[in-house]
Design a binder for this molecule. Structure first.
Ligand SMILES: Cc1cc2nc3c(=O)[nH]c(=O)nc-3n(C[C@H](O)[C@H](O)[C@H](O)COP(=O)(O)OP(=O)(O)OC[C@H]3O[C@@H](n4cnc5c(N)ncnc54)[C@H](O)[C@@H]3O)c2cc1C
Length: 471
């Protein structure tokens, strides 16, 4: 059997390769980077453990725990400090704890009485009837009003997508919200009435899902999968083209200064949408991947700063703070990293991870590190009463960070399904198709492994019976 080609050694590609190999299907994983893990990057230095890409995995499906156990990583799993539950949203220039209960909502200073009354009215707002695909901003304005959009949803959208609420699509980027409205006619009713159904289905909502990392950061997961995959992973190898042949696929790649090609039974494209657009593809009928270049990934810089405990006025106990644009700060938000996982900073110090750029201020992300540190320190000085200079500072720029599931994004998903149908043996998986979170990518990797396995086994049987007939 020719190996299955997996293009991309991010968490999607590694997960799918791991399960295919475990089930006896040979694989070759190609990645143009010198490291595995894609956007996952952890750095241990000077007693700090910095995460530049994702910080936690949300356990939204039993498949996540299963992967950790299958990879033999249960003993290295690190659960967050239970005290780090609270989340803050900035209002009036300071972080205010998000309410954790309905009573808390009615007493919080985060929203005015007008906004609280708008929430009480929400169950009586009729669902949209004309079928128009709305942005999350249009949806929230219609159901909950301006204040909720500006002071809550805008910050949430920056925290998840580094995105613009006026561009992101409700059904594409927040499908559960769209489903609550269409099924229950209201978000509030859906939350209450749907809770029992979700419990019966064993579904864990993102806000309730347990989150975790590993003793030495998230990089432990891709590194462990890499070790288990061994020589099947080819780093520093850019795939430049794919060609459909008779019951097989040819992959052209550029690695170690040489252009080469290899034959594969199937291909999983688990790379990025912008690199997909640049891939030469030869199929019958001819297909064009150029449209994928329209998928926008704004730049984001992750800035990890360490401070002496006594230099920070705020207790920084909790997950972190989200910052709405109307508050006028430059950073998008901050994770209280060493409150979540105390081993992220040495004794007596705090580690804070802030994000700069996104759709809100794309031009700021590519500032030189010294300028990024300065603007982040200035915002943290106001928000968290940080006095002294950082004792640790490090930043990483993601020039193309997170795909934006904008209004109309469904056409890209439809195109992927259409290509898979027209070119059997070519599969798409990962953050540009199945959701932008790390857990979405792990689930996507598990699911694609199942589909590819079924395809390869059926192909093998067909070829075997053909051979028997000829004999
Ligand atoms: C700054 C940042 C913070 C984030 N924070 C969180 C968080 O806190 N929680 C969370 O759940 N999610 C978070 N995410 C999202 C999450 O990390 C990603 O969605 C997920 O890791 C994507 O995994 P992936 O394997 O699909 O893609 P990627 O990690 O992008 O990997 C794709 C790989 O494919 C390779 N590749 C592409 N094309 C080719 C080619 N032609 N040839 C060879 N190789 C190729 C690339 O080099 C890359 O290594 C964050 C993302 C970023 C950028």
């Amino acid at each position: 059997m020719n190996p299955v080609a997996i293009i991309g050694a991010g968490i999607t590609g590694l997960t799918s390769a791991f399960y295919l190999q475990r089930n006896g299907i040979p694989v070759t994983v190609y990645d143009s980077n010198a490291h595995v893990g894609g956007v996952i990057q952890s750095l241990r230095q000077d007693g700090f453990l910095a995460e530049f890409g994702p910080n936690t995995i949300l356990e939204t499906s039993p498949k996540i725990g299963q992967l950790i156990s299958d990879a033999g990583l249960q003993s290295r799993r690190l659960n967050p400090d239970p005290k780090a539950e609270s989340r803050y949203v900035v209002r009036y220039g300071r972080p205010i704890a998000m309410p954790g209960s309905p009573l808390g909502f009615f007493t919080t200073k985060l929203f005015t009485t007008k906004a609280k009354l708008a929430v009480l009215r929400e169950p009586f707002v009729p669902p949209r009837q004309d079928g128009k695909e709305e942005s999350i901003a249009e949806f929230v304005l219609r159901r909950l009003g301006q204040e909720f959009l500006e002071h809550a949803i805008d910050a949430l959208v920056a925290g998840i997508y580094a995105g613009d609420p006026y561009k992101l699509s409700v059904p594409q980027a927040f499908p559960k919200l769209a489903a609550l409205e269409s099924r229950y006619g209201s978000l509030i009713k859906g939350q209450i009435l749907g809770a029992r159904e979700r419990k019966r289905r064993g579904e864990i909502t993102k806000d309730r899902a347990p989150k975790f990392s590993f003793d030495e950061g998230l990089e432990v997961l891709p590194q462990t999968l890499y070790r288990q995959l061994g020589k099947a992973v080819r780093l520093n190898t850019l795939v430049t083209g794919i060609t459909q042949a008779n019951n097989s696929w040819m992959v052209e790649f550029h690695g170690c200064e040489r252009q080469s090609r290899a034959t594969h039974s199937a291909i999983v494209y688990a790379g990025t949408a912008y690199k997909l657009a640049g891939l030469k593809i030869q199929t019958q009928p001819p297909l064009n991947l150029g449209a994928f270049s329209e998928i926008r990934y704004p730049p984001v810089a992750s800035v990890v700063l360490g401070f002496r405990r006594e230099d920070v006025g705020h207790p920084c106990e909790g997950f972190g703070m989200l910052i709405p644009k109307v508050e006028g700060f430059k950073i998008l938000g901050t994770i209280f990293s060493s409150s979540l996982f105390p081993n992220r900073a040495p004794a007596g110090c705090l580690a804070l991870t802030s994000y700069v750029g996104g759709e809100r201020y794309p031009e700021l992300a590519s500032l030189p590190p010294e300028k990024l540190f300065a603007l982040t320190c200035e915002d943290l000085r106001v928000l968290l009463r940080v006095k002294g200079k950082p004792v640790f500072q490090h930043s990483v720029l993601y020039p193309k960070a997170i795909p934006q599931y904008v209004v109309g994004y469904g056409r890209f998903r439809a195109l992927m399904s259409e290509i898979e149908e027209k070119a059997p043996g070519l599969f798409f998986a990962g953050h540009f198709r199945d959701g932008v979170s790390l857990s979405d990518s792990i689930i996507s990797g598990c699911n694609i492994a199942g589909r590819v396995q079924a395809y390869v086994r059926a192909l093998d049987e067909a070829l075997e019976s053909q051979a028997k007939k000829v004999a």
